[in-house]
Design a protein around this ligand. Structure first.
Ligand code: AMP
Length: 488
């Protein structure tokens, strides 16, 4: 098996785009999936975001579509030939951006449609004709119903993050969309895990798929240093800032379990001088994309996020991930810390357990990752006497004034290099007042009940989860649909 793109015989425009992106060797999923997709076979791939799976399906798909490439301005000459479905708007946006880059030297057109924003510009783009359509299911159905999107010439369909799509109740929408597609097509399904539900989905829609698994689903990268600290709720922010200071951390993801907790933590860290932004389901689409762009550009140091808002986001090379709250589902722990220590780089994952229920959740994680977890006590730096202090660089200020952890982040040049971990200046302790406890803010958020019925059955009985497009209507019970599903 080859590992270099140059041995792939990619068409020149695609090879040029890949070279321009700086890719030299293929990632394992690319090595395995690209030849299979080029041969026109269905694929069932277990691969998480960060493994290079977008290129693994996009490049061969574009290569095979080059025969349709034309420069005609007639929309009829640009029907949708490939459809990529994803569970969230951010993921759809990311994948669409990547597809555009890979296709930039071809005449193949691509577009993305997702909910939460005006349909009109999307409609205009669709009406002009696009060969590759990246979409979230709810908004795509809107466009299908409005006759903006016609899918009867689709040759390739990619169900990306399929497990997540089922988790959030998209199965009925997927089934409707798939019913509009020609039966003769190539279907690619990617999922972080091959649960029985995913296998049933694959059984219904894929034909003799080649199974590709690049990493065991619940594996955590050996390059990630995983630390668990026993910290009281009131000391978590102090612990977070101390670790950031001591480790010279430049950027981090901070995960919390509730969207209200997310907003509250982001606000308080911001008040303490850290450039922080929040990513949760209540943010508008525009705010979420801006938050993401600011983090990627290095304008924001801490991205405080809930699992649902952050899952799968293509942010590479985050030096550290903090689990400010231990996730309710052990699998989310694996997803969260998968954002650091990518591609062989070293990363740090710090989790704060505050007793009670957290002990059980940590035990679940231990079982899932099959690694012994040591809960460490955190030693807070000794407080210095209060008074005016010199921060060593710029100005004098009062002890306790906002800005100490901020300063650590400021000392680092941008763009940041992960090897550039500099000693922390001053290391001045900073005690923050404990946040008032308010049970309202402690409410859990968006956690599927895995003990209960399969997510899709629950979704079929109830109204869709909040944050999902109002267009999603779970019309029929899904097991019944499975029986009536036509293969391929
Ligand atoms: P993905 O898993 O598709 O979200 O990709 C994660 C990141 O890896 C993206 O930013 C890609 O641009 C990058 N990437 C994909 N393939 C390669 C490759 N062969 N070499 C280097 N970077 C890659």
């Amino acid at each position: 098996m080859t590992s270099s793109f140059s041995n792939l015989s990619l068409a020149e425009p695609l090879a040029r785009a890949v070279a321009e992106m700086g890719y030299e060797t293929m990632t394992p999923i690319q090595e395995q999936a690209i030849p299979v997709v080029l041969a026109g076979q269905d694929v069932m791939g277990a691969a998480q975001t960060g493994t290079g799976k977008t290129a693994a399906f996009s490049l061969p798909l574009l290569q095979r579509m080059l025969k349709h490439e034309n420069s005609s301005t007639s929309p009829a000459r640009h029907p949708v030939r490939a459809l990529v479905l994803l569970p969230t708007r951010e993921l759809a946006d990311q994948v669409a951006q990547q597809v555009k880059l890979y296709a930039k030297y071809t005449n193949l057109r691509s577009a993305v449609v997702f909910g939460g924003i005006d349909m009109k510009p999307q409609t205009l783009e669709l009406k002009k004709g696009v060969e590759v359509l990246v979409a979230t299911p709810g908004r795509l159905l809107d466009h299908i119903e409005a006759k903006n999107a016609v899918l009867n010439q689709v040759e390739y369909v990619v169900l990306d993050e399929a497990d997540r799509m089922l988790d959030i109740g998209f199965l009925p929408d997927l089934q409707r969309i798939l019913s509009y597609l020609p039966k003769q097509r190539t279907t690619l399904l990617f999922s972080a895990t091959f649960s029985p539900e995913i296998k049933r989905l694959a059984g219904s829609y894929l034909q003799n798929p080649v199974t590709i698994e690049v990493a065991r689903p619940n594996e955590t990268a050996s390059t990630v240093e995983q630390r668990f600290y026993s910290v009281g709720d009131d000391d978590k922010r102090r612990a977070l800032k101390q670790i950031i200071r001591q480790r010279g951390i430049t950027q981090a993801f901070v995960f919390v379990n509730s969207k209200l907790g997310c907003a509250r933590l982001a606000r308080s860290l911001e008040r303490e001088g850290l450039k922080t932004t929040a990513l949760h389901g209540d943010k508008s689409q525009d705010e979420r994309l801006k938050a993401l762009a600011a983090f990627k550009a290095g304008e924001v140091d801490l991205l405080v996020a809930t699992d649902v808002a952050a899952r799968g986001l293509d942010i590479k090379d985050v030096p550290a991930v903090f689990n400010f709250d231990i996730p309710f589902n052990a699998e989310d722990y694996v997803h969260r810390i998968g954002r650091t220590g990518r591609a062989g780089a070293s990363g740090l994952a710090v989790s704060f357990a505050s007793g009670g229920n957290d002990v059980r959740l940590v035990a679940d994680i231990e079982k899932l990752i099959k690694k012994k977890i040591e809960l460490e006590a955190i030693e807070f730096e000794e407080d210095r006497p209060r008074g005016r202090i010199n921060d060593g660089r710029r100005h004098w200020r009062e002890e306790g004034e906002a800005g100490d952890a901020r300063d650590v982040l400021d000392t680092l040049d941008r763009p940041r290099e992960r090897s550039e971990v500099r000693p922390v200046r001053g290391g001045r302790p900073h005690r923050t007042p404990a946040a008032p406890r308010d049970p309202f803010f402690e409410q859990p958020y968006e956690t599927p009940d895995r003990e209960a019925a399969p997510a899709w059955e629950a979704a079929a009985k109830t109204t869709p989860a909040r944050g999902i497009s109002s267009n999603i209507k779970t019309k029929r019970k899904v097991p019944a649909l499975f029986k009536s599903v036509e293969p391929g």
